[in-house]
Design a protein. Structure first.
Lengths: 321, 321
């Protein structure tokens, strides 16, 4: 824990005012250094009451997804062990991809308050209003062959649906390949981007968009009819840093499972959780529509669709059900 | 064709001196402009005899793989339709990958006279002395699902072996996954790098290292015992731009086949050309050694190895035979 987070912790732990002397003593720094940290925290948006006689008191915490705020809720060992926070990014995935190309380690997480060019699957836009939702990307470096890596696409929706359950008790619906829905409306989506050699995965970037405190008035017309948020489902506001911390911890749990038991295991868990077997589905695969009954998920993460007795493997597309 | 290439063509077509007036007339530019083009060609290393009375004469062409030199031999429509030439690059693949990320179109080819950090498969080094060999990377954007894209790894070795045959009549050996050997020594290797989503290929960069005029004294100690070049096999020097032109044309032919007939077709051609069926192989897969008889290549491009009656699928590794 760095000094700034440590100062913040002392402010939080104190029931009222805490003296600069006390913090200086605990950290082994000068009172002037403590004063500088207070100024720094104020620049980050923390509201601090400074009293000459009594010391410092934390009045208010900004609603920001700073790494040290996420760390208060995070139990993961590697995923999120480094968090890069930015107010604005074009896209957390594009930024994380460049960091990964430059050698950034597994587990590093990029998080932004807003995205100017938030990306969804297949070149689509992801609506990213400032300070309302979670826009987060994680770098993974699994040492597996490319042909068995694609089920990592399921890790994020499993982690998100666990997070929703833990925070609200709501059982979300999983929609192939990686959406999470509540009452038929999308609350989270994922964009997976990979860099591989022919026989080796270099890295995977898992990008997660997760609607938290967004309200109908924050929404583009494009998604108004189809999107929801934790707030809209519960009428409660959630601390986004806390949601991030829980989400990253859940993500690590599923990633460890993927590494230990392989992609088939993750496909099985997703298939079970999505209760996809036997469902009547209509799938639009690049303009071609297939209608049939889902038989399950194969080892590539593809849907196996029974169409009048013939099994069709659907690799990419949009599901209606 | 741009003006510079056009001027060069007129110099080449002329048996002796050609007047500045004549070229100026053909191009519809001033004599001063022609004079400037001549200076530019000189800066590119062309040796031009300039005579006040007689005009210009091309004395000598530098041994460089400029795009316009490659174009003289290239019959492909898209692959190589744009060529980015650099004297030195860290790695043509790393450069091409960045260009592709920034949106560079399919078919663009990056070529360098030397590489400071030439890369081979699995993080290995590729020996890249200046001006001796071909270091070239091509950007492809096949609209296929990631799970069927990996056999693109075979395109380059098929194209290289055809090129060798056309230039020398030598039938090279293919070694899985993408090496080309002559008399048991490596003459070409490939590094494939891909950027994908979970259900869509963004782009593929095919990097080819192809030893042309390299002599034993140009070689690192590391590869002296195992590498060869066209020069070492034939005692002839080859114009690298010509080899590039033929190679890019062959590459397009196989890429068109991949797009029309799919990855299984390319695997079949490679399997047949490599005559791998029934071969006794020893394969080192990340430190684990498998010994058996090759049954063929599966749809992922993996080797199927019969080990005492059990079929093992080998996804990555190094083959000894």
């Amino acid at each position: 824990m760095d000094n700034l987070s440590e100062v913040l912790r002392h402010l939080r732990d104190a029931s009222a005012f805490i003296s600069g002397d006390h913090i200086a003593g605990k950290l082994g720094v000068s009172r002037t250094a403590v004063w500088k940290y207070m100024n720094q925290l104020e620049r980050y948006g923390y509201n601090i009451d400074k009293s000459k006689g009594k010391g410092y008191r934390l009045v208010d915490t900004p609603d920001r997804v700073y790494g040290w705020e996420i760390d208060r809720w995070r139990t993961s060992a590697r995923i999120g062990s480094k968090i890069i926070h930015r107010d604005r990014l074009d896209s957390t995935n594009a930024f994380a991809f460049k960091q990964a190309l430059a050698g950034e380690a597994e587990g590093t997480c990029v998080v932004a308050e807003s995205q100017d060019k938030g990306k969804g699957r297949l070149g689509r836009k992801w609506s990213s209003p400032t300070g309302k939702n979670i826009y987060l990307s994680v770098i993974l470096r699994p040492s597996v062959h490319p042909s068995i890596v694609y089920p990592v696409t399921f890790l994020s929706s499993l982690a998100v649906s666990d997070t929703i359950d833990q925070l609200t008790g709501i059982k979300a619906t999983l929609k192939w390949p990686n959406d999470v829905l509540i009452h038929g409306r999308k609350i989270s989506g994922t964009l997976i981007e990979l860099s591989t050699e022919a026989d080796m995965v270099r890295f995977v970037v898992i990008g997660i968009g997760f609607n938290i405190n967004m309200q109908p008035e924050d929404m583009d017309d494009l998604i108004k009819a189809t999107a929801t948020s934790l707030f809209m489902e519960t009428k409660k506001t959630f601390e986004r840093a806390r949601v991030c911390g829980i989400l990253l911890s859940n993500l690590e749990r599923y990633y460890d499972l993927f590494k230990a038991d392989g992609s088939r295991a993750i496909c099985d868990i997703w298939e079970e959780r999505a209760q996809i077997r036997g469902k009547h589905l209509e799938i639009n695969q690049m303009g071609e529509v297939f209608i049939g009954t889902a038989k399950g998920i194969d080892r590539d993460g593809a849907i196996l669709l029974d169409i009048k007795g013939t099994t069709k493997k659907i690799l990419a597309g949009d599901v209606n059900f």
